[in-house]
Design a protein around this ligand. Structure first.
Ligand SMILES: [Zn+2]
Ligand SMILES: [Zn+2]
Ligand SMILES: [Zn+2]
Length: 202
């Protein structure tokens, strides 16, 4: 197998390429990740492209920066980072602070605008705090369901988002009236990849 250089200019790692694929102009990148970066831009580039910003200072305290890319049902921006759908406002916080909001905490908005990705408007909060704030803002959506415990693809997309927002498996299970192990296997499983794809493109 020929050893070639990854064509992603910020990677340039050597890797073993498939000689047949090389001959037909494929296998230019060491990984899917490098292919995506060159093809679609880095996550950070795509993040800024999907925002309407004001012309004030970096991370303006006053204006909301609205996400114009893909959103989930609740209106939160979704950004693909290394092939995984991430909530854009949590990504914004990571850009500003240099580290992620812990998985156990929600990324709460001071401005109560889910599509806002101005990190100056976002703070980590426990799920209870976040729910209380949302409730106070009059936007609380009840998780009540009528009997059925079968999860639809739509639910799964939502559950993945909730998990990223910091809800525990138990809290999610209660919300959807299913057993906690159902959520556990769902989150561990790989057979919902097509749902993830949909959540990125819909
Ligand atoms: Zn590479
Ligand atoms: Zn501003
Ligand atoms: Zn805002």
């Amino acid at each position: 197998m020929p050893i070639v250089t990854c064509q992603n200019p910020i990677c340039r790692e050597f890797f073993n390429a498939d000689a047949c694929k090389l001959n037909i102009g494929q296998d230019k990148y060491c990984s899917r990740r490098c292919y995506n970066i060159v093809r679609w831009g880095s996550a950070e580039q795509r993040f800024w492209q999907c925002l309407i910003r004001c012309e004030h200072e970096q991370w303006c305290l006053y204006c909301c920066w609205l996400w114009i890319g893909t959103k989930n049902k609740k209106g939160y921006g979704i950004l693909s980072v290394d092939g995984t759908p991430c909530l854009a406002h949590r990504y914004a916080w990571k850009l500003l602070h240099g580290y992620s909001i812990p998985d156990t905490l929600a990324g709460a908005h001071y401005c109560h605008t889910p599509a806002c990705c101005n990190a100056a408007h976002i703070h980590p909060a426990t799920t209870q705090e976040n729910n209380a704030e949302s409730y106070n803002a009059g936007r609380y959506v009840s998780g009540e369901r009528n009997g059925s415990s079968k999860l639809t693809e739509h639910d799964i997309t939502e559950i993945l988002a909730l998990r990223k927002q910091g809800l525990s498996q138990r809290e999610i299970a209660e919300k959807y009236s299913v057993h906690q192990t159902t959520i556990h296997y769902l989150l561990r499983g790989r057979n919902w990849g097509h749902v993830l794809q949909q959540s990125l493109t819909s």
